[in-house]
Design a protein around this ligand. Structure first.
Ligand code: ATP
Length: 499
């Protein structure tokens, strides 16, 4: 059980006199339970922003006239005040940046190194470690609850409250849906669901998804993307779509597939020219697999404190694994990993990359990675080696058949009745070098113009006018795009299109 394993680890650190432990978690209630478990007779005192210094177990104030952290730490650092005690500091991320707090913590840490029998436990949902304290702090992460634990929590909750037992199938669905939420959140949702209906129903899954959506947004690094796109809305990219459809079959019958000896699919890297459907494909994949899509924002991941970027990466991956089965979409992969070995943030990038590679290599959770990138020339070659991604595809500008299909898709979406009267072949012929996004732009513009001119339908001629007014991406960035395209081919990536 993970509570036990965290307690175990903590106890080991406390016994070995690690001076400062940083518990990085939202789950204060659980943390209180764990700390209580490992105290073994040591007195625990707590500092929190609302009450100042309190008795950890009763939360009664110990000092009525003072609650400033810096002053209290000053007091505690004198005369062996902390001897035999554990000091818990809650929501420390708000205070740890203060130079006085930082220096007293450092002083206490040194005292502990020199034999003072005490431990400081910092608790916060946000990891913030100033450089000065880096070598005194040990980070302890609290794992998310596993499926068995969640199931037990639901069953216990139902039993304790004397509610009606859900069917085995509903229990399984609820368990998977709850993955990634904290014990506190799960109990809250269960209480809410039951107070409304008196028992658990299939409809409660929506409540859970809603809560999960908020939880993911709050994490600040991952974003839960809503799934409105399907494969039917992607023109072309037939090879990629076929390949993904096969993976979906494995994903949807995971237990059977594993029994048969199939490996859990790891993921796919899709590189290609901008505006040609890479993002669209990530969204449609999650839709096809029937699982949530989590987008990892590489820009937000890079933090300014020591170890923050790596901690964020770990957090994002852990959260994705907790929520799995899911698709983890890593957009603009080159942003994080390009430039390894160059100046700037090269060290951080190298460490991040190492962590990501090891995870990809060893991953056995049903987290399917869809990574997308425009430019692969700066990406480290290790990334492209087999064993990391199951396959690498490149997406080129659409050919004439694909362009025709893309016109049809976007026109059908907006002007269904006009499509039969439009000469799609001619439009396709006139748009050599256009990307999918260029074509969508043309369709939108011609429809708007027809409306403004008071026409009652959109014609081939309207669209051709719009094509003539458009400078396609391939004209704007001709050399750059040719170089990218050559790069994909030289790397022997698979073509996403059947050509
Ligand atoms: P970028 O690298 O700039 O993020 P991308 O390859 O991810 O580009 P998308 O965001 O998927 O491109 O495409 C932009 C828009 O262009 C899509 O929302 C879609 O409407 C349209 N589009 C692009 N390619 C296609 C396609 N193959 N079929 C249908 N629509 C497409």
């Amino acid at each position: 059980m993970h509570i036990n394993s965290v307690s175990h680890k903590l106890l080991h650190y406390v016994d070995a006199q690690f001076p400062i432990l940083y518990l990085n978690t939202f789950e204060e209630t659980k943390v209180d339970k764990i700390i209580k478990d490992i105290a073994y007779g040591r007195e625990i005192i707590e500092w929190n922003a609302s009450k100042g210094l309190v008795n950890f177990l009763t939360k009664n104030r110990l000092l009525s006239d003072m609650n400033n952290l810096e002053q209290i730490l000053g007091l505690l650092s004198m005369d062996d005040e902390l001897k035999g005690r554990m000091l818990v500091i809650k929501d420390v991320h708000h205070f740890i940046g203060d130079p006085h707090v930082m220096s007293i913590l450092k002083e206490i840490a040194i005292q502990i190194y020199n034999g003072l029998e005490a431990t400081i436990i910092l608790v916060s949902p946000i990891l913030k470690i100033p450089t000065e304290l880096e070598k005194y702090i040990t980070i302890v992460e609290i794992d998310y609850m596993g499926e068995n634990e969640i199931k037990k929590l639901i069953k216990d909750f139902i039993e304790i409250n004397g509610f009606e037992e859900p069917s085995e199938e509903l229990l399984d669905d609820l368990t998977v849906a709850f993955k990634g939420l904290t014990e506190y959140e799960i109990v809250n949702i269960l209480s809410l669901a039951i107070s409304k209906e008196g028992s658990l129903k299939k409809g409660d899954l929506d409540l859970i998804y809603d809560q999960k959506y908020q939880m993911v947004q709050k994490s600040g690094i991952l974003e839960m993307v809503s799934l409105n796109e399907t494969f039917g809305e992607i023109g072309g990219l037939e090879n990629l779509k076929d390949w993904l459809s096969n993976k979906a079959k494995v994903f949807k019958n995971m237990n059977k597939a594993l029994e048969f000896g199939v490996d859990i699919p790891k993921g796919v890297l899709v590189v290609g020219l901008p505006g040609c459907g890479k993002s669209l494909n990530a969204k449609a994949t999650a839709h096809l697999f029937g699982i949530p899509l989590l987008r990892l924002d590489m820009g937000k991941l890079l933090g300014k404190y020591v170890g923050e970027s790596e901690a964020n990466m770990r957090k994002a991956i852990k959260l994705a694994e907790a929520i799995s089965p899911c698709v983890l979409w890593i957009d603009e992969l080159e942003k994080a990993f390009a430039g390894i070995g160059n100046s700037g943030n090269a060290e951080v990038a190298t460490r991040l990359f190492g962590y990501f590679l090891t995870w990809m290599q060893e991953k056995n959770s049903p987290t399917f990675v869809v990574a997308t990138a425009n430019d692969t020339s700066n990406l480290p070659p290790e990334l492209m080696r087999k064993g990391r991604f199951d396959e690498i595809f490149y997406v080129d500008l659409p050919d004439s058949v694909e362009r025709k299909k893309i016109f049809e898709i976007h026109l059908t979406k907006r002007r269904k009745n006009d499509v039969a009267l439009i000469d799609l072949n001619q439009l396709s012929k006139k748009t050599e070098g256009f990307s999918g996004a260029d074509i969508e732009g043309v369709v939108k513009e011609s429809i708007e113009t027809a409306f403004v001119l008071g026409e009652n339908q959109v014609t081939t001629k309207d669209i051709i006018t719009s094509i003539e007014n458009t400078t396609s991406l391939s004209v704007l960035f001709k050399d750059k795009l040719t170089a990218l395209s050559e790069g994909y081919k030289n790397n022997h990536f698979k073509s996403a299109s059947k050509r």
